[in-house]
Design a protein around this ligand. Structure first.
Ligand code: ZN
Ligand code: ZN
Length: 296
């Protein structure tokens, strides 16, 4: 009987305590409530500041699977996968598939991309072997357009800006609603075009430098690391995809003859890039040039 009573009293006491606690919270003074709210707000801020996307479960699983990736990498090589027509240099640990030279895995697109340059968040797509030329052309012509627009609208911008400055004078100017909208639109247009010309221009120049060197944005980091490593050993790094500045541009733009500068560069063209993105033999005219240099 006593045992049964204690069995019933236990949960009853617990419920009572919970009710008292709830009642206490309702009756707690405003100062305490304010402190509790600040504490919760601080916790949210701290979590937001210290949030790390690399601390997620995906990263933990990847790290845990690293030995499996290593096993796959080595066992597949041992079985001879990859010793086929495709010139492979490694195995993609995510796709578990042979990966050719200059190919990199994009974690956003979740696939391997031939001659991957970078993942562009503006295009929501990867920039690689088949669209690198389009990407560069877009950046270059967009920059030119913005520079033209900023330069061409400079006088209009100055007039509109001077007019806006008189809005708050006494007596107020007699501009109509349409004129005021035109002034503001011109100022907005000039600032927008100039900002885009600066930002996109810097990106275009950076890509032009990389193309002149015959490397992609990813290869820039890899080659720099390799250059330092070999330098420490007293050796010189040589980029195998660098055929010389002008030839790099010709290969990149797909210019085989002089006429192509007009038909393939200045005019819109849908020609495919050199090679299939798997093997990286230089174009015949580059190979012929280097052979003649060797002969000399
Ligand atoms: Zn991959
Ligand atoms: Zn991507």
């Amino acid at each position: 009987m006593r045992g049964q009573r204690s069995l019933l009293l236990g949960p009853a006491r617990l419920c009572l305590r919970l009710l008292l606690l709830l009642g206490y919270r309702r009756r707690c003074p405003p100062l305490f409530q304010g402190l509790v709210q600040r504490w919760r707000y601080g916790k949210v801020c701290l979590h937001s500041l210290l949030y790390n996307s690399f601390g997620g479960s995906d990263t933990a699983v990847d790290a845990a699977f690293e030995p499996v990736y290593w096993l796959v990498d080595n066992v597949i090589r041992w079985f001879g996968v990859g010793r086929n027509d495709i010139a492979t240099v490694s195995i993609c640990k995510k796709c578990i598939y042979p990966k050719s030279a200059r190919t990199h895995h994009c974690s956003i697109c979740n696939r391997c991309v031939l001659k991957m340059d970078h993942h562009c968040p503006w295009l929501n797509n990867c920039v690689g072997h088949y669209n690198h030329r389009y990407f560069f052309s877009f950046c270059f012509f967009m920059t030119l357009g913005c520079v033209y627009c900023s330069y061409g609208s400079w006088d209009l911008f100055r007039e509109a800006y001077a007019a806006i400055e008189t809005y708050h004078q006494t007596p107020p100017p007699t501009f109509s609603f349409r004129e005021r909208i035109t002034h503001k639109s011109l100022v907005y247009l000039w600032f927008l075009c100039s900002s885009v010309a600066l930002a996109l221009g810097a990106l275009t120049v950076w890509h032009a430098v990389l193309i002149s060197r015959g490397e992609t944005s990813i290869e820039r980091h890899i080659n720099r690391k390799e250059r330092r490593r070999l330098q420490a050993k007293g050796r010189v790094f040589r980029n195998p995809y660098n055929y010389g500045c002008l030839d790099n541009w010709k290969v990149f733009l797909g210019v085989d003859t002089g006429r192509h500068w007009l038909t393939r560069v200045l005019l819109p063209s849908s020609h495919l890039p050199h090679g299939n993105g798997m093997s990286w033999d230089p174009p015949p005219w580059v190979a012929a040039q280097s052979a003649s240099v060797m002969a000399v």
